[in-house]
Design a protein around this ligand. Structure first.
Ligand code: ATP
Length: 305
């Protein structure tokens, strides 16, 4: 049974349709990502899942519970990462943890959790003295303090430097490895690619695709691009005669090719047969970035499909 099941979710703010028609389900033990451009409806969707907002249409079930009708029960089993605002500056880290732990029937051991999140040395520090990365780690600790079965993390690493971001990713993987299902809202392709087992790509309040990061990247063709300087002349006609080559562009001595997933293999064999060396060779795969741009900028086409 899915841990989270969202079916035809619809939510309006006055005349703005924030979530038009969103459906997806999250399986136990997954890190499931929600990815999409600004204003796509990601936050509204997770707010409906965590019971912070009531939907105008459709249904949401989390561990079989209705997030609005069963709100108290839901809060015992679902941890939500709060945005950094809202915590009193003067409270110490351990005091904040104690306060949050008091809301739960079966809270985690605070010291163990602080140690796991690398905050043991900051237990006496006031909230306002924490760095951005430490505040984010505290936000994760607070989401975990009730020993939840599901944790919802929204814009987890926004504002963090690359080092702190990677550290936080490691923490999220540890959380998943302990059997907690993770729902993650993100703007960062690298984060989605590294962390998520599956992703829902949302645009203008609708799900454009649900797939693994690699599956999404493949939808844009799964192609390859390569750039090199041939050690001896090679003609466009010779290159275009290969079925794997789609386009040839020249930048001075450099040749840029785009084509199928077999492009590099086909071109390097052709060059090898003529004893030509591909100098300064650079190869790129189609990425999740490409999928994001192509799937979200062709929304009208996606809607018709
Ligand atoms: N409280 C609100 N009142 C009115 N409109 C809102 C409110 N919250 C969000 N919206 C609007 O609803 C739409 C979806 O917003 P939402 O915050 O869910 O998107 P998002 O995908 O999380 O965006 P971002 O990536 O920018 O955080 C946007 O057009 C936004 O302006």
């Amino acid at each position: 049974m899915p841990v989270i099941e969202v079916t035809n979710l619809h939510k309006e703010y006055g005349r703005v349709t924030a979530v038009d028609d969103v459906s997806f389900s999250v399986e136990p033990g997954e890190i499931f990502g929600i990815l999409g451009p600004n204003g796509a409806g990601k936050t509204t969707t997770v707010e409906c899942i965590s019971g912070l907002r009531a939907a105008d249409g459709g249904s949401v079930r989390v561990l079989g519970l209705d997030p609005v009708a069963d709100r108290d029960e839901l809060h015992q089993t679902v941890g939500v990462q709060l945005q950094e605002a809202g915590l009193p500056d003067k409270l110490q880290v351990r005091e904040v943890m104690r306060l949050f732990a008091s809301f739960y029937r079966d809270p985690a051991d605070i010291d163990v959790l602080l140690r796991r999140l690398g905050l043991a040395g900051k237990a006496q520090a006031r909230y306002k003295k924490l760095s951005g990365g430490q505040k984010q780690r505290l936000a994760i600790a607070l989401a975990l303090v009730g020993n939840p079965r599901v944790v919802i993390l929204d814009e987890l690493t926004t504002g963090l430097d690359p080092h702190a971001r990677r550290e936080t990713w490691g923490l999220v993987e540890q959380v998943r490895d302990q059997g907690v299902t993770v729902l993650l809202v993100t703007h960062f392709m690298e984060e989605a690619e590294r962390l998520c087992d599956r992703l829902a790509l949302i645009d203008r309040g609708r799900v454009v695709a649900v797939d693994t990061p690699a599956g999404l990247a493949e939808r844009t063709g799964g192609g390859q691009r390569m750039r090199f300087r041939p050690s001896a002349p090679v003609s466009d006609a010779e290159l275009l005669a290969l079925p794997e080559v789609e386009t040839v562009t020249r930048h001075g001595a450099q040749i840029e090719l785009a084509g199928t997933s077999q492009l590099v293999q086909a071109v390097t064999s052709l060059l090898a047969r003529s004893q030509i060396i591909a100098e300064g060779l650079r190869v790129e795969q189609t990425s999740l970035d490409d999928a994001f741009v192509s799937l979200t900028s062709h929304m009208e086409t996606a809607k018709e499909n």
